[in-house]
Design a protein around this ligand. Structure first.
Ligand SMILES: Cc1cc2nc3c(=O)[nH]c(=O)nc-3n(C[C@H](O)[C@H](O)[C@H](O)COP(=O)(O)O)c2cc1C
Length: 204
């Protein structure tokens, strides 16, 4: 039996992305988000334009998409309900957000220099994707939401994720993404079966 419901959110489960950007004063900002999806060499990021991250991305055209593994849930929790925007936008203040200028410090994470963008990478994240902004699309107007299309220009991964003998392939059995599923954290279960698509994109 199915029934009709009216859910407040449609967070059916996507990976958490920790975006680093550069603030106007040269310090760095860090923000968790999960409304992202991947296509070819690009990623589409759904965010509120009232965030410091969007402001920084539009100004600098650059960011790093750091992908945390499930062991970084405590760090993501430290960053929750924080913003790099000062003053805190009214709509966020009402929801309990506060300003934090040192996101790396408060989360116990380590900034390391990127190769092609100004924003730092997060050392503790097994995947770090340097990216350039390609386009900003309005989303669900009228609202503050935007979809930002970014192109990945450099991929850094923890060597342990590489497929042996195939350095440009990531082993899906070793990568443990952090999934936000209706505002709660989950990991992935074990692999269930092989896919007929795997030979098309996987190592030959
Ligand atoms: C796990 C998680 C996922 C989130 N996903 C999104 C998202 O997809 N889009 C968004 O606009 N905000 C999302 N947020 C809220 C942002 O982190 C929040 O707006 C934050 O203040 C942004 O930081 P900034 O203002 O310093 O950029 C998420 C927060 C958490 C903890």
């Amino acid at each position: 039996m199915h029934t009709v419901i009216d859910p407040k959110i449609m967070y059916f489960g996507t990976s958490v992305i920790l975006i680093s950007t550069l603030n106007q004063d040269g310090t760095s900002n860090l923000a968790p988000m999960s409304s992202g999806w991947w296509l070819n060499q690009s990623c589409m990021l759904g965010m509120s334009s009232r965030s410091q991250t969007v402001e920084n991305l539009i100004r600098t055209q650059q960011c790093v998409l750091n992908l945390p593994s499930i062991d970084l849930i405590p760090a993501i929790e430290q960053l929750t309900l924080l913003t790099g925007s000062n003053p805190v936008p009214e709509s966020k203040a009402e929801r309990g957000y506060r300003y934090e200028g040192d996101k790396f410090g408060i989360a116990g994470l380590t900034p390391v220099p990127s190769h092609q963008v100004g924003a730092p990478r997060v050392l503790e994240c097994p995947v770090q994707l340097e990216a350039m902004l390609q386009a900003v699309h309005p989303f669900e107007q009228p609202s503050s939401l935007v979809a930002m299309e970014v192109r990945i220009v450099r991929v850094h991964i923890d060597e342990q994720l590489q497929v042996e003998g195939h350095p440009n392939y990531i082993d899906p059995a070793r990568w443990k993404p952090m999934i936000m599923n209706f505002c709660e954290y989950f990991g992935l279960g074990e692999q269930l079966s092989t896919s007929r698509l795997a030979p098309v994109f996987g190592p030959k």
